[in-house]
Every structure is written in C-alpha cells, then in structure tokens.
Design a protein around this ligand. Structure first.
Ligand code: KIV
Ligand code: ZN
Length: 518
C-alpha cells in the first residue's frame, strides 16, 4: 500500500488572485464543485478579509460536502475571525493562518523582529484553534528563512495547536535538493514535526514548482498545495495535474499516491480555462492539446507497433476522450443524451432540450459534430444561464470598401430592442450597437477567437475581457458565425457586470434598461 498524499487545491485562492484569473461567485462555486468531483482533499476557497468577494467563500463552504474547506488569514484577530465566519458552516472547516518568517520579509515588509513574528504566530494559532478544530500554519517565504528560526517557529506552532505545517517557496527561489533538505532538517530537529502533516507550497518562477514539490514528498511532506493548470501569482503555482500524474505513474519511485480521480483532470482544466479565459499552452504537460499527440514519423511508427514505446500514460487516464466523429444532423435526443453521459454531463430534461435545440441549429450549419463541439455547447449554455440580455438577431454589413455596420436585436425578458451602429470593423460595429441599446459602456481589453475543432465549418470560440467602470468581466461564447459569437461573448461579460452590480447593491428589482451603468 502506498502512503497517502493530501492534495490541497488553492486554485480559488492563490490561483484566483493572480491577474486575469478572477472569477465571480457563481464561477467559484462551479469550480469548487468540480474540484470536489476531482476528489481533492482540501479546497482553499479564498482570503476572506481581502475582499467582499472572498468573504463569499461561505457559499463554497456551505456547498461542499466531502472536502475540507480552508480560508486564509494573516496572524491578525480581524483576519482570523473573518476567516472563521466564512467557513464555520463547512462540513470540514480549516483555518489557514500565515506570517512571513524570512528576514527579508520581516525587515522590509512587516517591520517586525523574529521574536514578534513568533509571538504573533503562537497567539494567532491559539485563537484560531479556539474557533476551529483544524488549523494550518504557514511560514511565508520559508525557503529563504533562517533554518534555526524556522525550527523554533515550527516547534512553537505545533505546540500552539497547528496540525498542518506549510513551508512555502513563496518566490519560487528554491531548487529541489535544497527545498527537500529544508523538510528533512525540520523533521530531524523538531521531533513534534513527525506528528503533524508537513506541507509544500511551491511557486514556479524557475519552472521548478512540481520538481520542488516532489523533492518535498521524498523528505516527508504529506500535503501538497497546488492549482489546476498551475495558475497563480507570477509564473504560477505547482500544477495539480502534473503532480498527481507523476505520483501515480511513478509510484514505484515515489511510493505514495493521492486520492484524486484522475479521470476528472481534463474536465477540471477545461472548466478553469473556460471560466477564466486563460488557455493552457499547447505543449502544457498532461492537459495541453499536444500532450498526447505524436507527430514525428518515428514516434508514430513506434506507437502503431506498441503504445508503450512513447506513451507513459494514456489520455483516457486523465479523462481525455478522443475526438470521435459522433453526431450529425440526424442524431436524436437519445444519442445526444447518451454521448453527454459518456462525456460526464448528466443533463436534466430541460438542459437536454436546450442543448438539443442548439445542437440542431449547429448541425444545420456544420456537417460533423465532435465531442469538443458538444462540450462547447453545454458550457456555453451554462454560462449563458445567468444572462439578462439575450441576443435575438444580428446582421452585419462589411467588406473591403464598406463602412462596417451592424444591426443588433436584444431581448431583455419580454422586451425587444433594436439599434444599429457603424464601427472600425464588424465586431466593433456590433459592440457599439449593443452599447447604444443597453446604455452600458465597456472597454474591450482582450479579445481572442479560436476554432474548437477543425475544418472551415468549425465552431469558433470567442473570449473577451471587458472593463466596465474599472472592473474586468470575462465573456465566452461559441458559434459557427464569429460575429454572432463575438456579440454573445460581449453580452455575457455585460450580463455579468450587471449581475455583479446588482449583487453589490443588493438590489431585488429588475434592471432598468435606460439607467443601468456599471
Ligand atoms: O506563497 C505563499 O507563501 C502563500 C502563503 C500565503 C501560503 O501563498
Ligand atoms: Zn503562494
């Protein structure tokens, strides 16, 4: 039997706080549910004192059934109390408190002595422990901290009641031998450290986050902190999928395993990319588009003879289903339901009906429907569900010597609005027409389009990031028509902005089409 490694997922805290990765409340809850499907052990849901949005971790805490839900806080009373408020209703709550321990941070950031940091840590852990039975303590910038002081503070933290001790490589500075050695020394010099769970938390500034995490495991660490797709501050955190698959595939070397349901890895990665709009690079390990592609002739020849020549794990083992030509114009609801089931989506009758309607529209425009298309349809449906404005029609006039013009018809519940505008291009014209109808002005900060599958008739996936009054909102949509997709993606961002404004103001009433500004 391999020893168990606990996976502490911080996608929704360390990952989400990095630029371009912010999620709204509904998206966080959806991602948390997916992390539960993936069977991570701990979901770090946020840093409640940091913002109102993060305080909403209490909704994640109430939603999650099986995983521990952790909230981060500094070693300050207000932070700790707020963290506890946010997670107290979780089935398995954990307070995660931290203070920097390196002289660099103590001198330049906290302006505290080591002794003060020690006193703060002990007080904070005792206070956290009086509220919550499980307390994790982190020494921020541990890898650049004085090892004697680290031993002292770790011993004191355990004595104060912390049962998980995390020693982060906060700035991604350590190399594997060095990071592993830090844990070895702690275990040698702090006898009580053998009775708690030691944890690694690595950033990827040298691209060593996963290697460092594995070195930590070899030196007694039993919890790894990581994120889906490795998102996180600067170059990111250690990537969950890489750690899990390395441990599983190389069990004979590392002698440990996780409880992760690896078949949910690909879906988790895709969901995060869809929600944040941050795609992984093609050659990203485990979840990149090329991760299981064999291009070189000699490799293809080997693969045909025996897959083990060049394949160390199968795409199926991480939940990648080969894109098979599945459905077409004549496929019925039953076939669609069955295929969605195989892809891991259990749709209700209404959801299936809605997906089927979109499927039929697309099947009229596109001969072959692939798994990726089906996923795009269902993800699109899910993100559109919160919508206020709905695109009814769009017509554009564009050409080499024409001033691009768009006429847009939007529906807001039972009301319909039509307006036209010209622009630099057809997308610009469409966005201006939407602005004229809604009265909401947004600044497009990011726009990207990619084809979901292949062929001239492939579905295009549009991703936009729009600045509404200084706050960024993401929008995503799929369509065989890129202008329609662009308009729908923009509307999704706009609807999110309106929803966020409503949430902020606690409004119950419907938005007034004339007066909504965000
Ligand atoms: O990188 C880091 O040190 C952290 C801690 C707050 C756990 O994210
Ligand atoms: Zn971190």
């Amino acid at each position: 039997m391999e020893e168990r490694i606990y996976i502490f997922d911080t996608t929704l805290r360390d990952g989400e706080q990095s630029p371009g990765c912010s999620l709204n409340l509904e998206e966080k809850v959806r991602m948390a549910r997916q992390l539960e499907q993936l069977r991570v052990d701990v979901i770090e849901a946020g840093f409640p004192i940091a913002s109102v949005g993060d305080f909403e971790v209490h909704l994640i805490a109430r939603t999650i059934e099986h995983c521990t839900v952790a909230a981060l806080c500094r070693t300050v009373k207000g932070d700790i109390d707020r963290a506890w408020e946010a997670i107290q209703h979780a089935k398995k709550p954990r307070i995660h408190t931290f203070i920097a321990t390196s002289d660099i941070h103590l001198t330049h950031k906290l302006k505290k002595t080591r002794e003060q940091a020690l006193t703060d840590a002990v007080w904070a852990i005792k206070h956290a422990k009086s509220l919550c039975s499980e307390v994790e303590f982190s020494c921020e910038d541990a890898s650049r901290s004085n090892i004697d002081f680290l031993c002292t503070i770790v011993a004191a933290a355990i004595d104060a009641g912390a049962s998980i001790i995390n020693l982060p490589d906060t700035v991604g500075y350590a190399v594997p031998d060095e990071y592993g050695a830090m844990f070895r020394v702690i275990r040698e010099r702090v006898p009580a450290a053998r009775n708690v769970i030691l944890s690694s938390h690595c950033h990827n500034d040298f691209g060593l986050a996963v290697a460092n995490s594995l070195a930590a495991v070899r030196n007694g660490v039993r919890q790894i902190e990581c994120t889906i797709n490795g998102i996180g501050e600067r170059a990111g955190n250690a990537a969950l999928e890489e750690i899990v698959m390395a441990l599983r595939t190389r069990k004979e070397m590392l002698g440990v395993d996780t409880n992760i349901n690896a078949k949910e890895i690909y879906k988790s990665s895709k969901l995060l990319s869809t929600l944040t709009g941050m795609q992984v690079q093609r050659n990203k390990a485990i979840v990149g588009a090329n991760a299981f592609a064999h291009e070189a002739g000699i490799h293809q020849d080997g693969m045909l003879k025996s897959r083990i020549t060049y394949e160390i794990m199968t795409p199926q083992s991480v939940g990648i289903k080969h894109s098979t030509l599945v459905l077409g114009k004549h496929s019925g609801r039953h076939a669609l339901k069955q295929r969605y089931g195989e892809l891991g989506y259990n749709l209700s009758i209404e959801e299936l009906e809605q997906a089927y309607r979109t499927f039929c529209t697309i099947a009229d425009q596109k001969k072959d429907i692939f798994d990726e298309d089906l996923i795009a349809i269902v993800e699109d449906r899910e993100s559109a569900a919160e919508g206020l404005y709905h695109l009814e029609n769009i017509q554009v006039l564009s050409g080499t010597n024409l001033r691009p013009t768009a006429t847009v018809e939007l529906r807001l519940r039972d009301d319909r609005f039509v307006d036209s505008a010209t622009g630099d291009g057809p997308v610009d014209a469409a966005y201006k027409a939407i602005e004229r109808i809604t009265g909401v002005i947004g600044k497009l900060t990011e726009y990207s389009i990619k084809s979901v599958t292949f062929g001239h008739d492939a579905i295009g996936e549009v991703f936009v990031r729009v600045d509404f009054d200084g706050v960024l909102f993401n929008g995503r949509a799929v369509s065989t028509d890129v202008i329609t997709g662009s308009a729908k993606a923009y509307l999704e961002a706009l609807n999110r902005a309106i929803n966020a404004k409503k949430r902020r103001e606690g409004q119950q009433s419907s938005p007034n089409q004339q007066t909504v500004t965000v």
